[in-house]
Design a protein around this ligand. Structure first.
Ligand SMILES: [Zn+2]
Ligand SMILES: [Zn+2]
Length: 141
């Protein structure tokens, strides 16, 4: 099954609308400290390509590390994405998608940073922060 998914989504207020494609309907939940502060909970996102925003001027971007930025709606504050700046892929927040029926949570990362007060029942792959960094970077500056 190599069929590409065509996705549409929007922020809470609708000022930001976007289209994107994804190879897999796999959602990754990140439990790291930055994601939890930013999202007020784990950040759950889908790896997307060919992301096109309807109106770029409503997309705020904050450089959250040397290699990544995070996007938000400048009107309603909805979290939009995590983006490695020299990559064309975007990690789009799963909750923005108009159709979420095909999504499945496949991976949880920074499991060693997860606080005690919640636990997902989904059966997923698990990776600690050290395992994530060993596998995915951070990319060299
Ligand atoms: Zn908005
Ligand atoms: Zn994170």
């Amino acid at each position: 099954m190599t069929e590409e998914l065509n996705l549409e989504g929007k922020c809470m207020c609708g000022a930001v609308k976007f289209t994107a494609t994804a190879v897999k309907p796999n959602v990754v939940a990140c439990h790291c400290d930055m994601c939890r502060r930013w999202s007020a909970g784990p950040f759950m996102a889908l790896n997307c390509q060919t992301v096109t925003f309807g109106d770029q001027e409503n997309v705020g971007r904050i450089r959250s590390s040397d290699w990544a930025e995070r996007g938000f709606c400048t009107h309603c504050g909805s979290n939009l994405f995590y983006h490695i700046v020299d990559s064309s892929d975007y990690q789009i927040a799963a909750g923005l998608l108009n159709d979420q029926s095909m999504l499945r949570m496949s991976l949880q990362v920074f499991t060693d940073r997860k606080p005690e007060f919640y636990e997902f029942a989904n059966e997923t792959k698990m990776m600690t922060g050290a395992e994530v960094i060993a596998m995915f970077g951070p990319p060299p500056k």
